[in-house]
Design a protein around this ligand. Structure first.
Ligand code: SAH
Length: 471
């Protein structure tokens, strides 16, 4: 059968792809269809045709899958965030678990990953309102009305949003106050094309354990007209702790600029994961789902199997979250992170928790760690107190890299450091699998994997893996 672009075909969705899209076939041709679920039978329009694959658009659902549910959110098919809200949550977990298993098998070369994976994935009992952070773009529609909400998938057009099913409930009240204020005083909003207009984004963070709230206005400027009125309305919200401006005058996709000005209250909020307290400023990286982060860190702690005598290295440590979480059970923890401000936060976090057996290094892990390791090897006089000595004698190495995975030079150095265990925390199963294969070639065997759903309703998934050195 000749398959023609822009024509409609009846397709059964038999599988799910990496981006949470449905996969079906027409005459052996694989077709990826957004907004469909495994088990759907649908009429699909072919919108892009390549040699071996095609992309289709859902035209009509003939027979909905048994795994289809009514999304809680009315704009879920437009907003780029929750691409899987129309799929039963249990099935989402199964999909994510399989995604990790398939990567480990296909890319990682593990024959039977299912045998060592904890089953099922760790999901949430109530997978809504879990996000502690939201960044709402602010703009105007073609009629000049204020729009505050989310970018439509893969675009920069703003979908006006009154509520978000995965965000903190208090966001709705804050957005309403800001919307009314902008309308009342006809305050300008940023136009990405011209680079003019004041309000760019509203960043809201909530400490779920403390109920402390932070609001930060990202402005193309340094002051808000009639600001005291805005502050007064926001300060009335129960839990409001920090109101600030972040200045970003650049024509850029980056949301935050470098300069922050505190308008009211503190310049940070605090939150807890377990009994470790963290101080969070507008610019710090902090995990967005604190409940599931606790599950993930507990898993990392149990895989690290600490007795109190171990030297631990935490690569890609951010604001020291994992380092501090492990420190109470270890002899010493070293953290390495590229962002200098994050290391300032990490050191502060150690101080406010009275944790003294941690040390942090700023720089690229693939540069810092090999340098320290080399020092130890070159200097046979180094003492048991030195980082270089301990680098050469690490018991456990934890890595929590960004999506692109670990740098090859870092992996090489870790192998030389010869830790008994490597705990790999990953937000991308494909790069996890790639690195598991590299470490596997150096006698590190994959022993356990836990899949943790930190980003419910999105296609993303976290996993924690334990690799053990075969002696
Ligand atoms: N473990 C932390 C942060 C994980 S996110 C937590 O759970 O909160 C990954 C971190 O790696 C980010 O903080 C990022 O700034 C940092 N990073 C990215 N590339 C790096 C590199 N080459 N060397 C060290 N850190 C890096």
């Amino acid at each position: 059968m000749e398959i023609v672009k822009n024509s409609d075909y009846r397709i059964s969705i038999e599988d799910m792809g990496n981006d949470g899209e449905g996969i079906g076939h027409i005459d052996g041709l694989t077709v990826f269809v957004k907004d469909t679920v495994i088990g759907d039978v649908a009429i699909v329009k072919i919108i892009k045709l390549k040699k071996n694959i095609a992309y289709g658009k859902l035209v009509e659902l003939i027979k909905p899958s048994e795994f289809r549910v009514q999304p809680v959110c009315t704009i879920s098919n437009k907003c780029g965030g929750c691409t899987m809200q129309h799929m039963d949550y249990k099935k989402q977990l199964e999909y994510k678990w399989n995604k990790v298993a398939n990567c480990l098998k296909r890319i990682g070369g593990i024959d039977d990953p299912r045998d060592i994976m904890e089953c099922p994935a760790y999901g949430m009992e109530n997978p809504y309102n879990y996000r502690n952070k939201a960044q709402f773009p602010v703009g105007r529609d073609k009629d000049g009305n204020v729009v505050i909400g989310f970018y439509a998938g893969r675009t920069h057009s703003i979908i006006d949003t009154k509520t978000c099913a995965i965000g903190a409930k208090v966001n709705d009240d804050i957005i309403e106050i800001v919307r009314e204020f902008i309308e009342k005083y006809n305050i300008t909003t940023y136009n990405e094309e011209t680079g003019n207009g004041l309000f760019r984004h509203i960043l809201i963070r909530v400490g779920f354990a403390t109920n402390e709230i932070m609001v930060c206005f990202i402005l193309n400027g340094e002051r808000i007209p009639h600001c005291s009125e805005l502050i007064e309305s926001l300060a009335n919200i129960n839990g409001m702790t920090s109101i600030s401006i972040n200045v970003n005058m650049e024509k850029t996709n980056r949301i935050l600029g470098d300069k922050c000005i505190t308008l009211w209250g503190q310049d940070y909020i605090t939150d807890y994961i377990g009994d470790v307290k963290y101080r969070i400023s507008p610019q710090s990286f902090y995990q967005v789902n604190p409940a599931q982060t606790k599950v993930m860190y507990d898993k990392a702690l149990s895989y690290a199997d600490l007795s109190g005598n171990e030297v631990v290295w935490d690569m890609y440590c951010g604001i020291g979250t994992i380092s501090l979480f492990l420190a109470k059970k270890a002899k010493k923890v070293y953290g390495v992170e590229i962002v200098p401000q994050a290391i300032v936060d990490a050191k502060n976090n150690a101080r406010i928790n009275n944790i003294t057996n941690v040390e942090f290094y700023t720089g690229k892990a693939e540069e810092v760690v090999p340098n320290i390791y080399k020092l130890a090897k070159d200097n046979t006089n180094c003492t048991t107190q030195d980082a270089s000595y301990e680098a050469a004698n690490a018991d456990v190495v934890v890595v929590d890299p960004p999506r692109k995975g670990c740098d090859a030079v870092l992996l090489e150095t870790i192998v030389k450091m010869n830790p008994k265990r490597i705990v790999y925390v990953s937000c991308d199963p494909a790069t996890l699998a790639r690195d598991v294969k590299i470490l596997g070639d150096s006698a590190y065997t994959l022993r356990k994997v836990a899949v943790v759903d930190n980003f419910c309703h999105s296609r993303h998934v976290e996993s924690v893996a334990l690799l053990v050195k075969e002696r």
